[in-house]
Design a protein around this ligand. Structure first.
Ligand code: SAM
Length: 283
């Protein structure tokens, strides 16, 4: 049966709306069709009444079926855009989230000149690569405990031709020895291990090691904050993404670690999402 672009989008939207909100259903239907046709949104609008070529229908239908089975759009496409960069994404990596752009913006505000920056738990390389791209004089070190995530991150750096990032396998700071940094950023795992959301939506398809962090969700944040001062230059900054309800606990941990100028920033949805603190400026 032949479909116009508009008809296919409408049918797909109705099916997707059974398990995602209507605006997301509409966007996801468009994304799948744009991917198969290799066109942009303006093309879909301009060609709404064109018939879809027969060869494309089975392709886009098979992607739609995968999505209807729950597979994340980023896994179906194999990529996700983050801070203007198109990043390869696999089931070994967290899918970069728009909320994390708040952390990148805060980092870029603190950076001036040739700073040394550390990204702990780099995943696809999202934060490290966004910083490397927008602060090209910086030297960025990006670590992860997952060798397969690091391989994806290194591939993303090569594709984006960003050579000011070095990737390292490390359990948080363990492989960094005596290195010191001007800025340490991290979006660590911070979900409570028994949170039912881990069994829902896209989270079911992402690595548990990228998401969950002990019964209170703070196990990794606690370890990072306790060790960070040893790896910061005097006056250096630590910036952490955390859950919407964790700001107070993170502030207390930063205070207990002797860090100063503690401040929490909100994401685009208005949730407290990033907390930063400074190592004292004189030894
Ligand atoms: C929430 S994901 C963040 C990924 C990426 N930075 C982003 O924002 O999209 C957390 C990352 O921390 C890594 N990770 C978990 N435990 C770790 C550890 N002990 N040492 C280093 N990395 C770890 C995971 O493999 C995962 O890539």
């Amino acid at each position: 049966m032949s479909h116009t672009v508009q008809q296919w989008l409408q049918t797909a939207r109705q099916q997707l709306a059974q398990f995602v909100p209507p605006d997301e259903a509409s966007m996801e239907a468009q994304i799948l069709l744009m991917h198969v046709l290799s066109v942009n949104r303006a093309w879909l609008i301009a060609h709404a009444t064109d018939n879809l070529t027969d060869m494309f229908i089975p392709k886009v239908e098979s992607l739609l079926q995968r999505r209807l089975q729950g597979e994340p759009v980023a896994h179906i496409l194999g990529s996700r855009e983050f801070f203007g960069l198109v990043l390869k994404v696999t089931p070994d990596t967290l899918i970069p989230r728009p909320d994390t752009e708040t952390l990148v913006e805060a980092a870029l505000e603190k950076i001036n000149g040739r700073m040394r920056v550390l990204d702990l738990g780099t995943g696809t390389g999202a934060i490290a690569l966004a910083i490397a791209k927008h602060a090209p004089a910086c030297e960025v070190v990006a670590v992860d405990a997952s060798a397969s995530a690091l391989a994806v991150a290194a591939e993303n750096a090569a594709t984006l031709q960003l050579s000011n990032v070095q990737f390292l396998a490390s359990n948080w700071f363990a492989a960094l020895h005596a290195s010191k940094f001007d800025l340490i950023v991290s979006n660590p795992p911070y979900i409570e291990s028994n949170d039912p959301h881990l069994q829902q939506g896209d989270l079911r398809f992402e690595p548990m090691s990228a998401l969950a962090s002990g019964v209170d969700g703070l196990q990794d944040i606690r370890q990072i904050i306790a060790q960070a001062p040893d790896y910061l230059h005097a006056g250096g900054w630590l910036m952490l993404e955390h859950g919407y309800n964790q700001a107070e606990a993170v502030q207390q941990l930063l205070h207990a670690a002797g860090l100063q100028q503690i401040q929490t920033l909100h994401d685009l949805g208005g949730n407290p999402r990033v907390t930063l603190a400074q190592r004292q400026t004189t030894e």
